[in-house]
Design a protein around this ligand. Structure first.
Ligand SMILES: Nc1ncnc2c1ncn2[C@@H]1O[C@H](COP(=O)(O)OP(=O)(O)O)[C@@H](O)[C@H]1O
Ligand SMILES: [Mg+2]
Length: 262
């Protein structure tokens, strides 16, 4: 049985789908068999991010309702054949899906893949709960601001009510300059405050949005720091050793920042 990672967040728009697509592509490039399940029911996006929008005919809803074969719902990536996408239904609500059926699909997929990535909807609603029936490892994505941190804390508290597996945290859109100046909290401190293991720190980069405009994943964004950060995250998730760059605040810069404000 392969690993199942549920990429989730309390707040929306923090980069879950961006990171899910990039991780899926990265693992496939490394020769692993990967399925990316777009779990954001009604708000399908992974197909666009992977430039597979013209290939999707059936989706998770069709598979759950047995309107198609599994091979029809799992769409192969044109460039990375090890990567298959299971698209989110667009015309139904999360409550229309049976949690048990989704759980069965996830378990079956995990038996035939090395890595199954669940791109979850934001929040702690029914859409997320549908995906958590299976033994997915929760990966919480957050941006370094108080609103998002509060939502991450709530999500983490909900996950801790379940026995296992324990969540980990990834900070996205981190700006080294702001961290050094003490304007943005350091990822290690935020992880400590949330009491979650820090799995990755992804820098803010305008190239990521430009890649999205081209229907390419963040791995193809051309920003080496982003690519290195995603590769590191992917490796650590699999339990491999990969150095995590320390984004720490500088006492000197903090002093000047405070001085500038006075
Ligand atoms: N590290 C980053 N730097 C800059 N923009 C980013 C970064 N990560 C994500 N984005 C942008 O943020 C937006 C929301 O990302 P998305 O992955 O759709 O979030 P979610 O799935 O959590 O709702 C997208 O436009 C994406 O290009
Ligand atoms: Mg999303």
């Amino acid at each position: 049985m392969g690993r199942i990672f549920a990429i989730m967040s309390g707040k929306g728009g923090v980069g879950k789908s961006t990171l899910s697509a990039a991780l899926a592509e990265y693992y496939a490039r490394r020769g692993k068999s990967v399925v990316l399940l777009d779990g954001d029911i009604g708000l399908r996006c992974a197909d666009l991010m992977l430039n597979m929008q013209d290939r999707v005919i059936y989706d998770l809803g069709d598979l759950a309702e047995k309107n198609c074969e599994r091979s029809q719902a799992l769409v192969q990536h044109p460039q990375w054949p090890n990567l298959r996408l299971l698209a989110a239904p667009q015309m139904i609500h999360a409550s229309d899906l049976k949690k048990k059926e989704v759980g069965r699909i996830i378990t079956q997929l995990s038996e035939e893949t090395d890595v199954l990535l669940l791109d979850a909807p934001a929040g702690v609603g029914r859409g997320l709960k549908n995906l958590l029936g299976a033994a997915a490892e929760p990966v919480i994505v957050a941006t370094p601001d108080d609103v998002c941190l509060r939502d991450a804390e709530r999500l983490s508290a909900m996950l801790f009510e379940k026995e296992e597996p324990r969540p980990v945290i990834v900070f996205n859109r981190v700006q080294k300059k702001l961290v050094r100046r003490g304007e943005m909290p350091a990822p290690a401190q935020m992880a400590q405050a949330l009491d979650l293991p820090l799995m990755g720190v992804i820098p803010e980069s305008p190239n990521i949005y430009r890649a999205l405009l081209r229907h390419q994943s963040a791995l193809a964004c051309g920003d080496k720091k982003v690519v290195r950060a995603i590769e590191g995250l992917a490796a650590r998730l699999l339990g491999e050793d990969a150095p995590l760059e320390a984004y720490a605040s500088s006492p000197v810069l903090r002093f000047f920042t405070r001085g500038g404000e006075a």
